[in-house]
Write a protein that binds this ligand. Structure first.
Ligand SMILES: Cc1cc2nc3c(=O)[nH]c(=O)nc-3n(C[C@H](O)[C@H](O)[C@H](O)COP(=O)(O)OP(=O)(O)OC[C@H]3O[C@@H](n4cnc5c(N)ncnc54)[C@H](O)[C@@H]3O)c2cc1C
Length: 421
């Protein structure tokens, strides 16, 4: 719709505008999940990755780009493609018929958002994310933390032990509150807060409202018994809840925050049991329109209610430039295969693209669904897993080797389906 209709974040009328950072993050395709995603996108001929490579700037191991030249050349390539017509203008409602991919991003215009909400239900569309930090389960110290649901609620043993609990003494709690209050925070952008509501208050704002607020909120210690010290009543408890079907990721319940990333890592590692935590993603609160993909989309990214509509990009509940572009690339391939009548095998969940797709469509808990970055916690575990930091780095290489083989095979399967057509 740009430049005819703008947003608070975009400045130009060009396609692929990078609204904030000019980095596509790590380019390490051996030991980093987003680097692996770069690799898979390059292998699939991604225009975004091709242009990022052309306009790369020195940035250590990261893939940073000259944003203006990058965006200008993506736009030029799209406009020069004889099979693509670019039509500028806002689409105010979901189209009734024809094959469509809706990729209107975190700042989807109000009228289209309303149309999506009407089609999918009020609970299915969010206008802000409220992301609590997510921890790799294997990095939680279970000699300190224990598994238990509050008041042991639940029908099955799995439900009664669904949460991981980290206990705090009074001194630890007081020090934690001091650290929260002192931490560096990010501010909302101008124009970003319209529609922001009290239900997703950052923890530091809760702490500002009173030193005891958290102890009567997300950190209340009631209904929980420390399995390592049954006679000692914790003064406060931090709870982590399983975040994916694989059980490899846990989110810190109620800990959405606008603390800066460095401050988050420092503050959250003061929590007993999380001293060595590795974070799959850190917390945040942003203006972000996204649908509840686990309930709404099928495994081919189609709206179950109206399969002629696909969703792609950040509106599906992935987070970040690279993840969004990857989900756009995949939606395009899935739509093209469908139109051409090709039988495309499912995307292997062992690949970065497949792990993301699987997370948003089936792996994530629909009730607590929040946008997700690609990370190794989304991948099916490797059979022979060794513990510790060294074991983890070896494992990452194992994940990327497996992914590259499976992605190459999937792409060549698609190529042979086209040849057979
Ligand atoms: C303020 C802000 C800062 C961000 N910073 C970063 C960052 O530093 N790093 C990072 O990785 N990610 C960042 N993101 C996330 C980033 O925007 C997305 O990851 C990525 O751009 C999403 O890609 P997309 O193609 O899904 O959507 P977009 O890139 O937003 O593209 C969607 C396009 O659709 C247009 N559109 C919306 N509604 C309509 C309509 N009704 N009709 C027609 N067109 C419409 C929009 O104007 C936009 O041009 C940020 C997001 C925001 C809002």
């Amino acid at each position: 719709m740009r430049p005819k209709v703008g947003t608070f974040a975009h400045k130009t009328g060009d396609l692929a505008e990078m609204v904030c950072s000019n980095s596509f993050r790590s380019d390490d395709d051996e030991r980093n999940a987003v680097g692996l995603l770069h690799w898979e996108m390059r292998a699939a001929g991604s225009l975004v990755l091709e242009m990022a490579g052309r306009h790369r700037l020195p940035a250590g191991g990261a893939l940073a780009v000259d944003r203006e030249a990058f965006s200008r050349d993506v736009t030029a390539a799209i406009r020069a493609n004889p099979l693509i017509s670019v039509v500028e203008g806002e689409i105010a409602s979901l189209p009734e018929d024809g094959t469509w991919i809706v990729a209107t991003g975190p700042l989807t215009s109000g009228s289209l958002a309303e149309s999506i909400r009407v089609a999918t239900g009020a609970e299915s569309l969010a206008f802000f994310d409220a992301i609590a930090p997510i921890v790799h389960a294997e990095t939680i110290d279970m000699d300190v933390a224990w598994r238990q649901s509050r008041y042991d609620k639940g029908e099955t043993e799995e439900e009664r032990t669904a949460y991981i609990n980290c206990p705090m003494t009074r001194e630890q709690y007081e020090a934690f509150i001091d650290a929260l209050l002192a931490a560096d925070k990010t501010e909302f952008h101008e124009g970003e807060t319209a529609g922001y509501f009290d239900g997703c208050l950052p923890i530091e704002v809760m702490a500002e409202r009173g030193r005891e607020t958290l102890r009567f909120g997300p950190m209340k210690p009631v209904g929980l018994t420390n399995a390592h010290a049954r006679d000692v009543k914790p003064y406060a408890v931090v709870q982590l809840r399983r975040d994916n079907a694989l059980g490899t990721l846990y989110n810190i319940v109620g800990f959405q925050t606008k603390m800066k990333y460095g401050a988050q890592t420092a503050v959250f590692r003061t929590i007993p049991g999380l001293e060595s935590a590795s974070f799959a993603r850190l917390g945040g609160i942003h203006r972000n329109t996204f649908i509840n993909s686990p309930t709404l989309l099928d495994d081919r990214m189609r709206l179950k209610l109206r399969p002629n509509l696909r969703f792609a990009g950040q509106i599906t509940g992935v987070e970040g430039y690279v993840e969004s572009a990857a989900m756009g690339m995949l939606a395009g391939r899935l739509a093209a295969a469908e139109i051409r009548g090709e039988a495309l095998p499912p995307v292997p969940t062992t690949t970065a693209v497949g792990a993301l797709l699987s997370h948003i469509t089936v792996g994530a808990d629909a009730k607590t669904f929040q946008p997700m970055n690609v990370n190794f916690g989304l991948f099916p575990p490797l059979p022979e897993a060794r513990g510790g930091r060294r074991g983890r780095t070896d494992r990452y290489k194992g994940y990327t080797d497996r992914a590259k083989g499976d992605w190459t095979a999937w792409l060549s399967g698609q190529a042979s389906a086209q040849a057979a057509e």
